[in-house]
Design a protein around this ligand. Structure first.
Ligand SMILES: [Zn+2]
Length: 587
């Protein structure tokens, strides 16, 4: 007689059931420990993570069941220790800092000496924190230990229940596996990232829950902590040998504002139909703000763009990035008072991995010391808060100042980048029947954030209005914001013309104070003449070195758009290999 489908499923399940019967305690304990982290520490997509946990715990149990007895016992022991220790530490960190395990925390643990560590542990391990969800780990541990006193083999699953389990197990495993596929891919790709920039790129992959277990958070944080270590050590070594000659202080006050995820085609200064940048346009009308029309970023992630802009290295230069001097160090060493006011790269224990990695060259103590005279220490919910930091650091200013503002700008999620009461654009302002309700709303949030950013930029400019000063605005990269498509944010491998223009075309302008225009007529004319030149911001350093009048052997006039020798035909290679101008000629 042929087998019915139900019988077939039961038969497959019976095979799948074997590891669970053989290692039932291991499966149950590992699942419960994981579940506790997922329910308490992990944020978002919990429903998918629970299935993923089930699937992975099953695979681990099946694997352990294949081992010979001695190996199986050792493996189980190691898994238990890791699961308990990491689970409890992760929970403590989360409970005390409201943040899961990260690289900055690991580094802190490594750097502190014995006394500091014991003080830290004393301050962490309080009655309060034990009476938190951490206690639940201890409950699981107690039950786990108790289970060894009971002979599990004596338990028999009742016949009816056994039938139900047999019927459900195979479909449940199949369902869980399918559901967790996207996230598994995310974890694998991220664990295989080869450097800091790649980590930031891979982190943009779509996922459902990401690093949902403490073990993944721990491995990923350790990876982040170590990944660019060698580069940073080399950079520290090289930066100790940097030399500068006499400085002309051509422009005594230079301000650089670094924006975030700014798509040029959403700025009305560049022709966007909604009035997103009224204040910048006013400055342009007064002939103070010179908007450059053909500027792109060399990468679509923050850290790579930063590395290229803030080092005398540029795409195509010989040798390694870390063997070139850092731009801000040259300024500080030349006698400029260098102030760094950031809303992302603050030296913070809660730094997310890509901020941590991207900012290593600014936050490692030796390098921070060599580049900055003063810097802020706290992030702000909105960028306008950076002005408070500037006002409090203003007292340190000297006759020559380079001030770098680094905003959170237009980084997704867009709806939290501007105060709710300053919203001006709503879905009704858009005719986009091709987009979902969420997407039209999201699009409007982006434009509102551009509008808010306009106020921040104007406020910074105001602070320098009556001085001999220039303010340069340059976002780190662009952003996809539904232009001719239904996509937002950034992607790993931008290829088409539309993807590239959105993610690499950036606004770029130089504002010149009235006093600057008066005292540097010739230079002002040079800036106006350069406005339509093709430029890529990996050479920002060349422009700044020129404006500061800094003498260094690393200055290349052919890479400075204000120089007579500027190479207009320079190939602009983005993402380490795509010829931007070639792609842009495509229809
Ligand atoms: Zn960025």
């Amino acid at each position: 007689m042929p087998m019915t489908i139900v019988e077939r499923i039961k038969k497959i399940s019976a095979v799948l059931m074997k590891p669970l019967l053989k290692n039932s305690r291991f499966f149950i304990v590992m699942f419960c420990i994981g579940l506790l982290s997922v329910m308490v520490v992990h944020r978002g997509m919990r429903h998918i993570s629970v299935f993923e946990l089930f699937f992975e715990t099953y695979l681990l149990t099946a694997l352990v069941s294949c081992f010979p007895r001695w190996l199986s016992n050792i493996t189980k022991g190691v898994c238990y220790v890791l699961a308990y220790v990491l689970g409890i530490v992760d929970m403590f960190v989360f409970y005390r800092l409201d943040f899961p395990l990260g690289p900055a925390f690991l580094r802190l643990c490594l750097q502190t000496n014995k006394q500091e560590a014991s003080e830290a542990i004393q301050s962490y391990v309080t009655w309060d924190s034990i009476m938190s969800p951490v206690l639940l780990f201890l409950v699981i541990l107690a039950l786990h230990l108790l289970s060894y006193r009971i002979n599990i083999k004596e338990f028999r699953i009742p016949h009816k229940l056994n039938n139900v389990i047999l019927l459900c197990l195979a479909p449940l495993l199949l369902f869980s596996g399918a559901l967790s596929l996207k996230n598994e891919w995310f974890i694998v790709r991220n664990m295989l990232a080869y450097d800091g920039d790649d980590m930031e790129r891979q982190a943009q992959l779509p996922y459902d829950g990401g690093f949902y277990l403490p073990i993944y958070r721990f491995l990923y944080a350790s990876k982040a902590m170590n990944i660019d270590e060698l580069k940073i050590r080399r950079l520290i070594d090289n930066s100790s040998r940097v030399k500068v000659g006499r400085c002309a202080y051509t422009v005594p006050n230079i301000v650089l504002i670094v924006g975030e995820s700014y798509n040029r085609h959403h700025s009305s200064l560049y022709g966007y139909p909604l009035k997103t940048t009224p204040l910048q346009e006013e400055l342009a009308k007064k002939d103070e703000l010179i908007a450059f029309t053909n500027v792109i970023s060399p990468a679509n992630n923050t850290s790579q763009s930063f590395h290229l802009a803030f080092s005398l290295y540029a795409t195509g230069c010989e040798g390694q990035w870390e063997s070139y001097p850092l731009l801000l160090q040259l300024f500080k060493q030349s006698g400029y008072n260098v102030t760094f006011i950031t809303n992302q790269y603050v030296n913070d224990i809660k730094a997310v991995i890509w901020d941590y990695n991207g900012s290593r060259f600014m936050n490692t103590p030796e390098l921070s010391e060599r580049q900055f005279s003063h810097r802020n220490t706290k992030k702000h919910p909105y960028d306008m808060g950076l002005l408070e930091d500037y006002d409090s650091l203003k007292r340190f200013e000297t006759d020559h100042n380079l001030t770098v503002f680094h905003t959170y700008g237009l980084h997704f999620m867009y709806d939290v980048r501007y105060p709710k009461d300053q919203r001006r654009f709503y879905p009704r302002h858009y005719k986009r029947p091709d987009l979902s309700e969420f997407d039209v709303d999201n699009l409007s949030h982006y434009d509102n954030a551009v509008l808010y950013n306009d106020k921040v930029l104007a406020e910074i400019v105001k602070r320098f209005a009556d001085r001999d000063a220039v303010v340069i605005f340059m976002p780190d990269h662009g952003e996809m914001v539904y232009d001719n498509c239904d996509q937002y944010a950034r992607n790993l491998n931008p290829k088409t013309r539309n993807e590239i223009t959105q993610q690499f075309d950036i606004p770029f302008w130089i504002w010149c104070s009235p006093m600057f225009k008066e005292q540097h007529e010739e230079l002002f004319e040079k800036i106006k003449k350069a406005r339509d030149l093709p430029f890529m911001t990996d050479n920002l350093d060349q422009l700044l070195v020129f404006l500061g009048g800094i003498s260094t052997e690393y200055y290349r006039p052919e890479d400075n758009p204000l120089s007579e020798k500027y190479d207009k035909k320079r190939k602009r290679i983005i993402m380490d290999g795509i010829d931007y101008d070639k792609i842009i000629k495509q229809p």
